[in-house]
Each structure stands twice: as structure tokens, then as C-alpha cells.
Design a protein around this ligand. Structure first.
Ligand SMILES: Cc1cc2nc3c(=O)[nH]c(=O)nc-3n(C[C@H](O)[C@H](O)[C@H](O)COP(=O)(O)O)c2cc1C
Length: 319
């Protein structure tokens, strides 16, 4: 079954964010306010198909059943590696496969993957074909996440036409170019023309808009103003408000935010890598924010050495 056709209109997607939206954080977001679709952090296909590289990247495919429907996002530059990876993903109960064609990272672009594919439409089509050949046998839907252009926003028409001609099930458009990174406001003015293009070239393909959408209310307004947008993807909005997907937005007090942090710590103990406690600290400011005493508590939490000392610090401060 193609899950893209079984979603509310419009639907909401939690954006893939490397080193942020792992299974632990996705489960936290699911509890705070559930999006309709999850996506894994992107995983490199050449690492995955390499005998010694596999272990370090395969952890990105971990997910919990509560995250369904979840799409596996992959990136790379070799169609054969994409095909082999897609073959394995097809055995894993993912709802779909998404191909990253928008990552602006220098190393990724230099390797010919991510946003570099915007400048190499022949290879982009070969990659989609390679994944499609495998995924269609398993009836696994395929989507692409990309940007409007590499250097200039007016590249969008040619590039998105190429993608829409590939018979994708869904297309996510981050409304910035690679050159713009995340430094300028998203080009929302392009949405009506992108919708028209999708309607003309691939009317069945779901169109998901991404870039600077703060929360569900903001996303609903965008969809309301732009008939034909099927889905809204939110990334950094979750940093400002972990409850950003909740259907009935309201203020959340200190107790609720701390509860969510404790849930994150518990999930980390179950699913995370205990040796990697330091990177966990970047999440603290998501929860310990916007209430009196938050800065003090955050400073104390930054001294924690593991999840137990973090819990102890919270207990002492809120007793
Ligand atoms: C820390 C971080 C990591 C990201 N990692 C990925 C990734 O793995 N795959 C991907 O397609 N996009 C990735 N992105 C881009 C986001 O998915 C999204 O397109 C971008 O943040 C714009 O959306 P926003 O304005 O809602 O944040 C990442 C963004 C951030 C901030």
C-alpha cells in the first residue's frame, strides 16, 4: 500500500536532521505532538554497501514501531550502491525510500551527492531509476527531497521538471538554493508556480513544502494560502518548540518541558549509545527554555556526566 495516499490533507512531516532526528528524538517528538510522517537521518549508500563502513551508518536505520509511517532517507552518487541499499531497505518494513538531492554540505557536494545532483540531472535520473527498479517490486513508494536550485532560485523550473518526470510518489522542496544554505528566508513566492508545474507534469505526486515553517498553525496557513500543497515539512521549528506539531497549540509549562526531557533521557538509556552522552547535551536547550530559572538549570545540566547525574540535577533544582 502506498502510504502517501493515506494521509490527512494537508499532512505534516518531521524533517530529517542528521545527528538530531535519530530514533530517540523522533520518539520524543511523537509524544509531544505527532507529525504524520517521520524520515530517518540521511544514510550514505556507499558506506552502507561497504563491508567495513556499514556498521557506522546502519544505526541510522533504527526506528521504533511507534514511528510508522517512517521513510528511510539515503544519499550518495553511485546508482549500484543505491540499488543494493534499496534492496535491503525493502526488507525492513519502512513505509518508503527518500533520496536526498539537497544536502548543501561541502563534503557531500564534493563527493557528487546531495545538492550536487541538481547540477547533474542525468545521474539524478539514473539514481531514481535504480531505486525504482528495486522498490517497485516491493511496492515501496519513492520520494526525493531537494532544493529549488544550486546557485540560483530560477533553476527551479528545469530541475523540478526533471524530477517530476521520474514518476515519483512524493517530492519535498526546500525553498532555498544550495548556495543560500539556510541564510535567507525561504522562497515562499515560488509555491504557486511549483504547484502548477506539479499539476501539469505529475498530478499524482504529493508535493511537500519545506523551509522556515514554524509550527502546525504556520503550516496550515501556508497550505490554506496555496491550494495544491499536500504536505508541510518542519525541521528547526522543533528546536524552538518541541510541541510544534500538536493539533491544538497551547503554552507548555516548566513541568511539561522537564517531563519531556526526562522522557528523552529514558529513551537514550534504552536506545542510545551511552558513550555518546556529550552530544546529548545539545538537546537540553530545547526543553530547558522559556521559563524562569531555565538558564541556571541549563548551566547545571551542562556539567552532567551521564543521564543519572542529569536526572539528579533536575531533581535537586525542582524539589
Ligand atoms: C542539523 C541539521 C541536519 C540536517 N540533516 C538533514 C538530512 O540528514 N537530510 C535532509 O534531507 N536534510 C537535512 N537537513 C535539512 C532539513 O531537513 C530541512 O530541509 C532544513 O532544515 C529546512 O527546513 P526548516 O527551515 O524547517 O528547518 C538538516 C538540517 C539541519 C538543521
Amino acid at each position: 500500500m502506498n502510504f502517501w495516499y493515506n494521509l490527512p490533507q494537508p499532512f505534516f512531516v518531521l524533517a530529517p536532521m542528521e545527528d538530531v532526528t535519530d530514533t530517540v528524538f523522533r520518539q520524543v517528538v511523537a509524544r509531544a505532538g505527532r507529525p504524520d510522517v517521520f524520515v530517518t537521518e540521511f544514510m550514505n549508500v556507499s558506506g552502507f554497501t561497504h563491508p567495513t563502513g556499514r556498521e557506522s551508518v546502519a544505526r541510522r536505520l533504527k526506528y521504533a514501531s511507534s514511528e510508522q509511517p517512517i521513510v528511510a532517507q539515503i544519499w550518495g552518487n553511485r546508482p549500484d550502491d543505491f540499488a543494493q541499499t534499496a534492496h535491503e531497505i525493502a526488507q525492513m518494513d519502512f513505509a518508503g525510500i527518500d533520496i536526498n538531492m539537497g544536502c548543501p554540505d561541502k563534503a557531500v557536494v564534493r563527493s557528487g551527492g546531495g545538492a550536487a545532483l541538481i547540477q547533474n540531472p542525468e545521474l539524478a535520473s539514473e539514481i531514481i531509476d535504480a531505486v525504482k527498479r528495486v522498490a517497485q517490486k516491493k511496492r515501496l513508494p519513492i520520494s526525493v527531497k531537494t532544493r529549488v536550485g544550486f546557485s540560483r532560485a530560477d533553476e527551479w523550473r528545469g530541475w523540478l521538471t526533471t524530477l517530476l518526470e521520474q514518476d515519483l510518489d512524493a517530492l519535498t522542496v526546500h525553498l532555498r538554493t544550495r548556495r543560500e544554505m539556510s541564510r535567507v528566508p525561504a522562497h515562499r513566492e515560488l509555491i504557486p508556480d511549483i504547484v502548477k508545474l506539479r499539476d501539469k507534469v505529475a498530478p499524482h505526486a504529493k508535493l511537500i513544502i519545506n523551509g522556515d515553517i514554524r509550527d502546525r498553525t504556520d503550516g496550515l496557513k501556508l497550505a490554506d494560502e496555496n491550494t495544491g500543497v499536500d504536505g508541510l515539512m518542519i525541521g528547526r521549528g522543533v528546536f524552538a518548540n518541541p510541541f510544534c506539531f500538536e493539533p491544538y497549540p497551547r503554552q507548555h509549562d516548566r513541568a511539561e518541558l522537564i517531563e519531556l526531557l526526562k522522557y528523552h533521557l529514558d529513551l537514550f538509556d534504552t536506545h542510545g549509545d551511552a558513550r555518546k552522552f556529550e552530544p546529548l547535551k545539545k538537546f537540553f536547550k530545547i526543553y530547558i527554555n522559556n521559563f524562569p530559572g531555565a538558564a541556571d538549570l541549563r548551566a547545571k545540566l551542562m556539567t552532567a556526566k551521564n543521564t543519572d547525574t542529569a536526572r539528579q540535577i533536575i531533581k535537586e533544582v525542582i524539589k
